[in-house]
Ligand binder design. Structure first.
Ligand code: ZN
Length: 178
């Protein structure tokens, strides 16, 4: 099916046929090892449907070929509301702690690792569904920067907390001696 499409549209376009080849290869793999790939595959299908639904619900709706990295970034921010990882803001008493479920109003976020895996699946799904690799919004530099900065923000707040704890400790020692 996808190889037919690839042949029709693939004239002079190596990327189009590469996507078709990848899809064929992927189908072969699935036939060979259905049990091993099924969980990843079903997750990927679910993610792809969720993202398609998200684009359809935009006003005005966004067609997949018009989708760019900014839609993907909005989608990632939209997913944060379903996240379970608390990210404490500066000024919160839990600031710097990785994820205590404190009784505060700090936002919940998606865990960085799950976003990284999600983008990987959507990136593959985009090309398997006929998207051009060079147009792939999930492969965009802006997405890589977003994903790279997410763990740094956790790390920055954690190291701030470390410095704070060392200072408190030194202050404790100082007050014990004087
Ligand atoms: Zn907080």
């Amino acid at each position: 099916m996808s190889s037919e499409k690839g042949k029709e549209l693939g004239e002079g376009s190596s990327s189009r046929s590469a996507a078709a080849t990848a899809a064929d290869h992927h189908q072969q793999l699935q036939q060979q090892q259905p049990a091993q790939l099924s969980r990843y595959e079903s997750q990927k299908r679910r993610d792809w449907i969720t993202f398609g639904q998200y684009l359809k619900n935009q006003r005005p709706p966004v067609a997949m070929p018009q989708c760019n990295y900014s839609h993907v970034l909005e989608f990632l921010r939209y997913l944060d509301q379903f996240g379970k990882t608390k990210v404490h803001l500066q000024g919160c008493v839990f600031f710097g702690h990785p994820d205590p479920a404190g009784p505060c109003t700090c936002p919940l976020r998606q865990a960085w690792g799950s976003l990284d895996a999600l983008i990987g699946r959507l990136r593959a799904a985009y090309e398997e569904n006929g998207g051009l690799p060079e147009m792939n919004p999930f492969a965009s530099g802006a997405i890589r920067v977003y994903l790279r900065e997410a763990p740094n923000k956790f790390a920055a707040s954690a190291s701030f907390q470390f410095v704070f704890e060392v200072l408190s400790y030194l202050l404790d020692i100082a007050t014990t001696f004087y």
